[in-house]
Ligand binder design. Sequence first.
Ligand SMILES: Cc1ncc(COP(=O)(O)O)c(C=O)c1O
Length: 393
Amino acid sequence: MIDEILSLVNSHEQWRGKECLNLIPSENIMSPTVRSLLASELGHRYTARDRFYMGTRFLDEIEQYGEELAKSVFGAEVADLRPLSGHIADTIFLACFTKPGDVLMCVSPENGGYPGLWNDGLAGLLGLKAVPLPFSNERMSVDVEKAEDAIKHVKPKIVIFGASLILFPHPVKELATVAYENGALVGFDGSHVMGLIAGGQFQDPLREGACALFGSTHKSLFGPQGGIILADKEHGEILKDRIYPRFVDNAHWNRIAALTLALAETKNFGKSYAKQVIQNSKALAENLHDYGFPVKCSDFGFTQSHQVILDFGDYKRGRKVAEKLQEASIIVDCVIRLGTCEVTRRGMKEAEMAKIAELIKRVVLDRESPEKIKKEVAKLRSDFPNIEYCFEQ
Ligand SMILES: Cc1ncc(COP(=O)(O)O)c(C=O)c1O
Protein backbone atom coordinates (compact mmCIF):
# COMPACT_ATOMS: atom_id res chain seq x y z
CA MET A 1 0.00 0.00 0.00
CA ILE A 2 2.75 2.43 0.98
CA ASP A 3 4.55 1.80 -2.33
CA GLU A 4 1.41 2.61 -4.30
CA ILE A 5 0.82 5.89 -2.45
CA LEU A 6 4.43 7.01 -2.72
CA SER A 7 4.59 5.98 -6.33
CA LEU A 8 1.52 8.11 -7.20
CA VAL A 9 3.03 11.13 -5.47
CA ASN A 10 6.40 10.56 -7.14
CA SER A 11 4.83 10.18 -10.57
CA HIS A 12 2.96 13.44 -10.08
CA GLU A 13 6.12 15.15 -8.83
CA GLN A 14 8.06 14.00 -11.88
CA TRP A 15 5.34 14.95 -14.39
CA ARG A 16 3.88 18.25 -13.12
CA GLY A 17 6.96 19.19 -11.10
CA LYS A 18 9.64 18.54 -13.72
CA GLU A 19 8.21 17.98 -17.19
CA CYS A 20 5.12 20.18 -17.64
CA LEU A 21 4.65 23.80 -18.50
CA ASN A 22 2.17 24.72 -15.75
CA LEU A 23 0.06 27.60 -17.02
CA ILE A 24 -2.95 27.48 -14.70
CA PRO A 25 -3.36 31.00 -13.25
CA SER A 26 -4.70 29.69 -9.94
CA GLU A 27 -1.38 27.96 -9.30
CA ASN A 28 2.15 28.97 -8.43
CA ILE A 29 5.20 27.36 -6.86
CA MET A 30 6.80 27.87 -3.49
CA SER A 31 10.52 28.36 -2.98
CA PRO A 32 12.30 25.28 -1.56
CA THR A 33 12.51 26.77 1.96
CA VAL A 34 8.86 27.87 2.03
CA ARG A 35 7.90 24.41 0.84
CA SER A 36 10.07 22.72 3.46
CA LEU A 37 8.26 24.58 6.24
CA LEU A 38 5.05 22.78 5.31
CA ALA A 39 6.69 19.57 6.52
CA SER A 40 7.95 21.13 9.76
CA GLU A 41 7.04 20.14 13.33
CA LEU A 42 4.62 23.08 13.45
CA GLY A 43 2.16 21.02 11.42
CA HIS A 44 1.55 18.76 14.43
CA ARG A 45 0.56 21.45 16.92
CA TYR A 46 -2.49 23.12 18.38
CA THR A 47 -3.22 26.56 19.73
CA ALA A 48 -6.38 28.21 20.97
CA ARG A 49 -7.24 31.85 21.52
CA ASP A 50 -8.12 31.23 25.15
CA ARG A 51 -4.62 29.76 25.79
CA PHE A 52 -6.05 26.32 26.49
CA TYR A 53 -2.98 24.60 25.00
CA MET A 54 0.54 24.90 26.40
CA GLY A 55 3.69 24.77 24.28
CA THR A 56 2.83 27.52 21.85
CA ARG A 57 5.46 30.17 22.53
CA PHE A 58 7.21 29.87 19.14
CA LEU A 59 3.92 29.58 17.27
CA ASP A 60 2.73 32.79 18.90
CA GLU A 61 5.86 34.59 17.77
CA ILE A 62 5.56 33.25 14.22
CA GLU A 63 1.96 34.43 14.07
CA GLN A 64 2.89 37.91 15.22
CA TYR A 65 5.83 38.06 12.83
CA GLY A 66 3.62 36.96 9.93
CA GLU A 67 0.90 39.47 10.71
CA GLU A 68 3.39 42.34 10.94
CA LEU A 69 4.94 41.35 7.60
CA ALA A 70 1.52 41.06 5.95
CA LYS A 71 0.51 44.49 7.26
CA SER A 72 3.68 46.00 5.90
CA VAL A 73 3.52 44.24 2.49
CA PHE A 74 -0.12 45.26 1.89
CA GLY A 75 -0.20 48.51 3.87
CA ALA A 76 -3.02 47.15 6.04
CA GLU A 77 -3.90 48.08 9.61
CA VAL A 78 -4.98 44.54 10.44
CA ALA A 79 -3.88 41.20 8.99
CA ASP A 80 -4.98 37.65 9.70
CA LEU A 81 -3.27 34.58 8.26
CA ARG A 82 -5.59 31.97 9.79
CA PRO A 83 -8.20 31.46 7.01
CA LEU A 84 -7.62 28.00 5.60
CA SER A 85 -8.30 29.00 2.00
CA GLY A 86 -9.44 31.86 -0.22
CA HIS A 87 -12.97 30.53 -0.04
CA ILE A 88 -12.91 30.54 3.76
CA ALA A 89 -11.54 34.11 3.72
CA ASP A 90 -14.51 35.10 1.50
CA THR A 91 -16.87 33.28 3.87
CA ILE A 92 -15.51 35.10 6.91
CA PHE A 93 -15.87 38.52 5.30
CA LEU A 94 -19.40 37.89 4.07
CA ALA A 95 -20.65 36.20 7.22
CA CYS A 96 -19.27 38.91 9.50
CA PHE A 97 -20.91 41.81 7.68
CA THR A 98 -24.22 40.49 6.37
CA LYS A 99 -27.41 38.91 7.60
CA PRO A 100 -29.88 36.70 5.73
CA GLY A 101 -31.90 38.68 3.20
CA ASP A 102 -29.10 41.16 2.40
CA VAL A 103 -28.00 41.77 -1.18
CA LEU A 104 -24.45 41.03 -2.32
CA MET A 105 -23.31 42.68 -5.53
CA CYS A 106 -20.35 41.13 -7.34
CA VAL A 107 -19.22 40.05 -10.81
CA SER A 108 -21.43 37.18 -11.99
CA PRO A 109 -19.82 33.83 -12.88
CA GLU A 110 -20.86 34.24 -16.50
CA ASN A 111 -18.58 37.28 -16.67
CA GLY A 112 -15.72 35.55 -14.87
CA GLY A 113 -16.80 36.23 -11.28
CA TYR A 114 -16.00 33.64 -8.62
CA PRO A 115 -18.81 31.04 -8.64
CA GLY A 116 -18.22 30.38 -4.94
CA LEU A 117 -19.70 33.80 -4.08
CA TRP A 118 -22.84 33.29 -6.15
CA ASN A 119 -26.33 32.05 -5.28
CA ASP A 120 -25.39 28.38 -5.36
CA GLY A 121 -22.26 29.19 -3.33
CA LEU A 122 -21.77 31.44 -0.32
CA ALA A 123 -24.68 33.78 -1.07
CA GLY A 124 -27.05 30.80 -0.98
CA LEU A 125 -25.39 29.38 2.12
CA LEU A 126 -25.71 32.66 4.03
CA GLY A 127 -29.20 33.51 2.77
CA LEU A 128 -27.99 36.47 0.70
CA LYS A 129 -29.19 37.46 -2.73
CA ALA A 130 -26.34 37.79 -5.23
CA VAL A 131 -26.94 40.45 -7.87
CA PRO A 132 -24.53 41.05 -10.78
CA LEU A 133 -22.27 44.06 -10.92
CA PRO A 134 -22.88 45.44 -14.42
CA PHE A 135 -19.93 44.32 -16.51
CA SER A 136 -18.47 44.96 -19.95
CA ASN A 137 -17.43 41.57 -21.27
CA GLU A 138 -15.74 43.27 -24.20
CA ARG A 139 -13.44 45.25 -21.89
CA MET A 140 -13.42 42.60 -19.15
CA SER A 141 -14.18 45.20 -16.52
CA VAL A 142 -17.00 46.49 -14.37
CA ASP A 143 -19.11 49.05 -16.26
CA VAL A 144 -18.73 52.08 -14.00
CA GLU A 145 -21.75 54.10 -15.15
CA LYS A 146 -24.17 51.18 -15.09
CA ALA A 147 -22.74 49.93 -11.79
CA GLU A 148 -23.25 53.35 -10.22
CA ASP A 149 -26.92 53.30 -11.23
CA ALA A 150 -27.33 49.68 -10.09
CA ILE A 151 -25.83 50.41 -6.66
CA LYS A 152 -28.14 53.41 -6.20
CA HIS A 153 -31.15 51.38 -7.31
CA VAL A 154 -30.47 48.00 -5.62
CA LYS A 155 -28.77 49.33 -2.46
CA PRO A 156 -26.70 46.21 -1.76
CA LYS A 157 -25.34 45.55 1.71
CA ILE A 158 -21.98 44.55 0.27
CA VAL A 159 -20.14 45.11 -2.99
CA ILE A 160 -17.26 42.73 -3.71
CA PHE A 161 -14.78 43.52 -6.46
CA GLY A 162 -12.27 41.04 -7.88
CA ALA A 163 -12.96 37.94 -9.98
CA SER A 164 -11.65 34.60 -11.18
CA LEU A 165 -11.14 35.88 -14.71
CA ILE A 166 -9.35 39.15 -14.18
CA LEU A 167 -7.28 40.93 -16.79
CA PHE A 168 -7.51 44.54 -15.61
CA PRO A 169 -7.91 46.41 -12.31
CA HIS A 170 -11.49 46.83 -11.11
CA PRO A 171 -12.91 50.35 -10.56
CA VAL A 172 -12.92 50.36 -6.76
CA LYS A 173 -11.86 54.02 -6.60
CA GLU A 174 -14.63 55.03 -8.99
CA LEU A 175 -17.41 53.17 -7.16
CA ALA A 176 -16.49 53.04 -3.46
CA THR A 177 -18.01 56.42 -2.60
CA VAL A 178 -21.36 55.68 -4.23
CA ALA A 179 -21.39 52.29 -2.51
CA TYR A 180 -20.78 53.78 0.95
CA GLU A 181 -23.27 56.63 0.33
CA ASN A 182 -25.89 53.99 -0.41
CA GLY A 183 -25.14 51.91 2.66
CA ALA A 184 -22.89 49.23 1.16
CA LEU A 185 -19.58 47.97 2.46
CA VAL A 186 -16.84 47.46 -0.15
CA GLY A 187 -14.54 44.41 -0.16
CA PHE A 188 -12.03 43.08 -2.67
CA ASP A 189 -11.56 39.37 -3.33
CA GLY A 190 -7.91 39.45 -4.39
CA SER A 191 -7.49 35.68 -4.61
CA HIS A 192 -6.07 35.88 -8.12
CA VAL A 193 -4.18 39.14 -8.01
CA MET A 194 -2.84 39.12 -4.43
CA GLY A 195 0.80 38.79 -5.57
CA LEU A 196 0.43 41.60 -8.09
CA ILE A 197 -1.16 43.86 -5.46
CA ALA A 198 1.63 42.94 -3.02
CA GLY A 199 4.21 43.88 -5.66
CA GLY A 200 2.49 47.24 -6.25
CA GLN A 201 1.79 46.44 -9.91
CA PHE A 202 -1.98 46.06 -10.17
CA GLN A 203 -4.24 48.18 -8.00
CA ASP A 204 -4.34 49.02 -4.31
CA PRO A 205 -7.85 48.17 -3.05
CA LEU A 206 -7.26 49.25 0.56
CA ARG A 207 -6.27 52.74 -0.57
CA GLU A 208 -9.01 52.89 -3.20
CA GLY A 209 -11.90 52.44 -0.77
CA ALA A 210 -12.18 48.74 0.08
CA CYS A 211 -12.37 48.13 3.82
CA ALA A 212 -10.89 44.64 3.35
CA LEU A 213 -8.80 42.67 0.89
CA PHE A 214 -9.06 38.90 1.23
CA GLY A 215 -8.49 35.68 -0.69
CA SER A 216 -5.99 32.96 -1.56
CA THR A 217 -2.28 32.99 -0.83
CA HIS A 218 -1.14 30.69 -3.64
CA LYS A 219 -2.20 32.10 -6.99
CA SER A 220 -0.22 35.17 -8.02
CA LEU A 221 1.08 35.34 -4.43
CA PHE A 222 3.61 32.53 -4.14
CA GLY A 223 2.75 31.23 -0.69
CA PRO A 224 1.39 27.84 0.38
CA GLN A 225 -2.26 27.06 -0.37
CA GLY A 226 -4.38 29.00 2.12
CA GLY A 227 -6.16 32.27 2.78
CA ILE A 228 -5.48 35.74 4.18
CA ILE A 229 -7.46 38.78 5.31
CA LEU A 230 -6.11 42.34 5.28
CA ALA A 231 -8.26 45.20 6.45
CA ASP A 232 -8.64 48.64 7.94
CA LYS A 233 -8.72 48.87 11.73
CA GLU A 234 -12.48 49.19 12.16
CA HIS A 235 -13.45 46.18 10.05
CA GLY A 236 -10.27 44.19 10.66
CA GLU A 237 -10.86 44.11 14.41
CA ILE A 238 -14.40 42.80 13.90
CA LEU A 239 -13.15 40.13 11.49
CA LYS A 240 -10.32 39.09 13.79
CA ASP A 241 -12.61 38.89 16.75
CA ARG A 242 -15.11 36.63 14.98
CA ILE A 243 -12.83 34.24 13.08
CA TYR A 244 -12.47 32.01 16.16
CA PRO A 245 -14.51 29.99 17.03
CA ARG A 246 -16.78 30.42 14.02
CA PHE A 247 -14.61 29.80 10.98
CA VAL A 248 -11.24 28.50 12.15
CA ASP A 249 -10.47 26.55 15.32
CA ASN A 250 -6.86 25.44 15.27
CA ALA A 251 -4.93 27.27 12.57
CA HIS A 252 -2.44 25.35 10.42
CA TRP A 253 0.85 26.54 11.84
CA ASN A 254 3.13 24.93 9.28
CA ARG A 255 1.20 26.80 6.58
CA ILE A 256 1.33 30.06 8.51
CA ALA A 257 5.11 29.73 8.96
CA ALA A 258 5.47 29.00 5.23
CA LEU A 259 3.23 31.96 4.37
CA THR A 260 5.26 34.22 6.66
CA LEU A 261 8.44 33.31 4.80
CA ALA A 262 6.69 33.76 1.44
CA LEU A 263 5.65 37.24 2.61
CA ALA A 264 9.28 38.00 3.45
CA GLU A 265 10.21 36.92 -0.10
CA THR A 266 7.42 39.14 -1.41
CA LYS A 267 8.69 42.11 0.58
CA ASN A 268 12.14 41.69 -0.95
CA PHE A 269 11.42 40.44 -4.46
CA GLY A 270 7.68 41.01 -4.97
CA LYS A 271 7.97 44.13 -7.08
CA SER A 272 10.33 42.70 -9.72
CA TYR A 273 8.39 39.40 -9.72
CA ALA A 274 5.02 41.10 -10.29
CA LYS A 275 6.46 43.35 -13.02
CA GLN A 276 7.87 40.36 -14.86
CA VAL A 277 4.65 38.34 -14.48
CA ILE A 278 2.71 41.12 -16.22
CA GLN A 279 5.36 41.64 -18.91
CA ASN A 280 5.29 37.90 -19.55
CA SER A 281 1.47 37.83 -19.83
CA LYS A 282 1.58 40.65 -22.34
CA ALA A 283 4.32 38.94 -24.35
CA LEU A 284 2.48 35.61 -24.34
CA ALA A 285 -0.76 37.31 -25.39
CA GLU A 286 0.89 39.26 -28.22
CA ASN A 287 2.64 36.20 -29.62
CA LEU A 288 -0.53 34.10 -29.50
CA HIS A 289 -2.51 36.92 -31.12
CA ASP A 290 0.07 37.15 -33.91
CA TYR A 291 -0.45 33.44 -34.59
CA GLY A 292 -4.18 34.09 -34.96
CA PHE A 293 -5.45 32.86 -31.59
CA PRO A 294 -8.63 34.58 -30.30
CA VAL A 295 -6.90 36.39 -27.44
CA LYS A 296 -9.41 38.33 -25.34
CA CYS A 297 -9.18 42.13 -25.17
CA SER A 298 -6.82 42.59 -28.10
CA ASP A 299 -8.12 46.18 -28.46
CA PHE A 300 -7.25 46.99 -24.85
CA GLY A 301 -3.68 45.71 -24.57
CA PHE A 302 -4.73 42.09 -23.79
CA THR A 303 -3.95 42.07 -20.07
CA GLN A 304 -2.47 43.85 -17.06
CA SER A 305 -2.51 40.77 -14.87
CA HIS A 306 -1.05 37.27 -14.70
CA GLN A 307 -3.82 35.97 -16.98
CA VAL A 308 -4.28 35.68 -20.72
CA ILE A 309 -7.70 34.52 -21.97
CA LEU A 310 -8.23 32.58 -25.18
CA ASP A 311 -11.85 33.10 -26.10
CA PHE A 312 -12.90 30.12 -28.21
CA GLY A 313 -16.52 31.06 -27.65
CA ASP A 314 -17.64 27.75 -26.24
CA TYR A 315 -16.54 25.57 -23.37
CA LYS A 316 -16.48 22.35 -25.42
CA ARG A 317 -13.93 23.77 -27.88
CA GLY A 318 -11.88 25.11 -24.95
CA ARG A 319 -11.91 21.70 -23.33
CA LYS A 320 -10.74 20.00 -26.53
CA VAL A 321 -7.85 22.44 -26.87
CA ALA A 322 -6.93 22.01 -23.18
CA GLU A 323 -6.91 18.22 -23.57
CA LYS A 324 -4.71 18.41 -26.65
CA LEU A 325 -2.28 20.71 -24.85
CA GLN A 326 -2.21 18.34 -21.89
CA GLU A 327 -1.02 15.56 -24.22
CA ALA A 328 1.96 17.82 -24.92
CA SER A 329 2.50 18.48 -21.16
CA ILE A 330 1.20 22.04 -21.44
CA ILE A 331 -1.30 22.41 -18.59
CA VAL A 332 -4.12 24.97 -18.84
CA ASP A 333 -7.77 25.13 -17.74
CA CYS A 334 -10.79 24.82 -20.04
CA VAL A 335 -11.83 28.50 -20.16
CA ILE A 336 -8.99 28.83 -21.56
CA ARG A 337 -7.01 30.99 -19.13
CA LEU A 338 -3.23 30.94 -19.30
CA GLY A 339 -1.28 32.10 -16.26
CA THR A 340 2.31 33.28 -16.19
CA CYS A 341 3.07 33.13 -12.43
CA GLU A 342 4.80 29.79 -12.27
CA VAL A 343 6.88 30.12 -15.43
CA THR A 344 7.95 33.58 -14.24
CA ARG A 345 8.94 32.17 -10.88
CA ARG A 346 11.12 29.68 -12.75
CA GLY A 347 12.95 32.58 -14.33
CA MET A 348 11.33 32.65 -17.78
CA LYS A 349 11.05 35.97 -19.56
CA GLU A 350 9.67 37.40 -22.82
CA ALA A 351 11.83 35.16 -25.07
CA GLU A 352 10.45 32.06 -23.37
CA MET A 353 6.88 33.41 -23.69
CA ALA A 354 7.47 33.57 -27.46
CA LYS A 355 8.66 29.95 -27.34
CA ILE A 356 5.63 28.86 -25.29
CA ALA A 357 3.29 30.60 -27.75
CA GLU A 358 5.06 28.78 -30.59
CA LEU A 359 4.67 25.41 -28.84
CA ILE A 360 0.95 26.08 -28.24
CA LYS A 361 0.51 27.07 -31.88
CA ARG A 362 2.25 23.93 -33.12
CA VAL A 363 -0.05 21.73 -31.00
CA VAL A 364 -3.34 23.56 -31.64
CA LEU A 365 -3.03 25.13 -35.08
CA ASP A 366 -0.38 23.02 -36.86
CA ARG A 367 -1.58 19.79 -35.22
CA GLU A 368 1.97 18.56 -34.73
CA SER A 369 2.33 15.38 -32.73
CA PRO A 370 1.95 16.16 -29.00
CA GLU A 371 4.56 13.47 -28.31
CA LYS A 372 7.12 15.51 -30.23
CA ILE A 373 6.18 18.81 -28.55
CA LYS A 374 6.26 17.14 -25.15
CA LYS A 375 10.01 16.56 -25.55
CA GLU A 376 10.57 20.23 -26.35
CA VAL A 377 8.46 21.20 -23.32
CA ALA A 378 10.59 18.97 -21.08
CA LYS A 379 13.76 20.49 -22.54
CA LEU A 380 12.46 24.03 -21.89
CA ARG A 381 11.63 23.03 -18.33
CA SER A 382 15.07 21.53 -17.78
CA ASP A 383 16.68 24.80 -18.90
CA PHE A 384 15.04 26.52 -15.88
CA PRO A 385 15.72 24.28 -12.89
CA ASN A 386 15.75 27.04 -10.25
CA ILE A 387 13.14 29.14 -8.51
CA GLU A 388 13.73 32.87 -8.61
CA TYR A 389 12.52 35.83 -6.52
CA CYS A 390 13.46 34.08 -3.27
CA PHE A 391 16.38 34.16 -0.83
CA GLU A 392 18.09 30.94 -1.92
CA GLN A 393 19.69 30.80 -5.36
C1 LIG B 1 -11.80 35.05 -7.16
C2 LIG B 1 -11.67 33.81 -6.34
N1 LIG B 1 -11.97 33.86 -5.03
C3 LIG B 1 -11.85 32.78 -4.24
C4 LIG B 1 -11.42 31.57 -4.73
C5 LIG B 1 -11.28 30.39 -3.80
O1 LIG B 1 -9.96 30.24 -3.47
P1 LIG B 1 -9.40 28.92 -2.76
O2 LIG B 1 -9.24 27.90 -3.83
O3 LIG B 1 -8.12 29.37 -2.13
O4 LIG B 1 -10.41 28.50 -1.74
C6 LIG B 1 -11.12 31.46 -6.09
C7 LIG B 1 -10.69 30.14 -6.61
O5 LIG B 1 -10.11 29.96 -7.62
C8 LIG B 1 -11.24 32.60 -6.92
O6 LIG B 1 -10.96 32.56 -8.23
